[in-house]
Write a protein that binds this ligand. Structure first.
Ligand code: HPA
Length: 269
């Protein structure tokens, strides 16, 4: 199932909306995988970023064909894990709820609230779902008090500093089901719950990474004010959000280039 010459990379980048391909990846090598949970959203693309071995995965597929609730998160994380990945930076576009998280701001959140439903959200399904032959069976509860890896968060923040980019440190990322955007009342409720930003793909991705022992952190880009707030009082300007995302991804990539340098240096990769 795993091509023997896949080429190990310790560092992985999961690209979200507006980052379905990583053009900066040199010597790209696509590896198709099938996992016990099915196929990942896209082939893994191994290559070099700033001279370091990295693997890239397009969360929504290379043609952006998978909606947030239709992504095979388990196959995605399993494929990376099976290739020897230890650290995952997950890039995500988000809506900003709190003041200071206006469109264009980058953030490394430190907490998650999960509002999703109906997604395959664990590798430890017990004996249900006809997956008795799955590699991880039984019931296992993971600690998720701190959903993100603190060392990985710190190295992302350091990388942003090296890249000369201001990044908001912390904040609670609410994961909504989508694919529709929220009502103004839903956003008010999320704000009352303590959410600072929201997106549709943070969960179960982060929890599955923890189940596999992968270090995981989000690099989030705010592309719009959440429904009913700031610049989105009456409606969210989706074309504006998309064009901002396309432009600002250049900043995200600059941070990723620094991140692989910082992290690559650690193990002399
Ligand atoms: N809501 C949910 N997900 C999002 C948003 C939003 O406003 N913006 C980008 N992803």
């Amino acid at each position: 199932m795993i091509p023997p010459d896949a080429g190990l990379a310790r560092l992985a980048i999961i690209g979200g909306s507006s980052l379905d391909q990583l053009a900066a990846l040199a010597e790209p090598r696509r590896v198709e995988m099938v996992t016990p949970y099915g196929k990942p959203s896209a082939p893994l693309v191994f290559g070099k970023l700033n001279g370091r071995n990295v693997v890239f995965l397009a969360r929504h597929g290379e043609r952006h064909q998978y909606a947030p609730h239709g992504i095979n998160y388990r196959a995605n994380l399993w494929a990376l894990h099976a290739q020897g990945v230890t650290d995952v930076v997950a890039v995500a576009t988000v809506g900003g709820i709190r003041a200071g998280l206006q469109a264009g701001v980058l953030a490394v959140p430190d907490q998650i609230i999960d509002y999703t439903w109906g997604r395959a959200s664990t590798f430890f399904d017990g004996a249900v779902g006809g997956e008795l032959d799955a590699p991880l069976t039984g019931v296992k509860h993971i600690d998720f008090t701190q959903p993100y890896d603190s060392a990985l968060r710190a190295s992302l923040l350091r990388a942003a500093q090296c890249a000369g980019k201001t990044v908001h440190n912390g904040g609670t990322y609410a994961t909504t089901q989508g694919p529709r955007l929220e009502t103004a009342a839903e956003i008010q409720r999320l704000a009352r719950d303590g959410a600072h930003m929201l997106g549709m793909t943070g969960m179960p991705e982060a929890a599955l990474a923890r189940e596999l022992g992968l270090r995981y952190a989000h690099l989030a880009l705010v592309v719009n004010a959440a429904a009913g707030t700031a610049g989105s009082i009456r409606a969210i300007d989706l074309p504006a959000a998309e064009s901002l995302a396309r432009e600002a991804m250049a900043d995200v990539v600059r941070i990723l280039l620094e991140w692989v340098s910082v992290e690559g240096a650690v193990d002399g990769d």
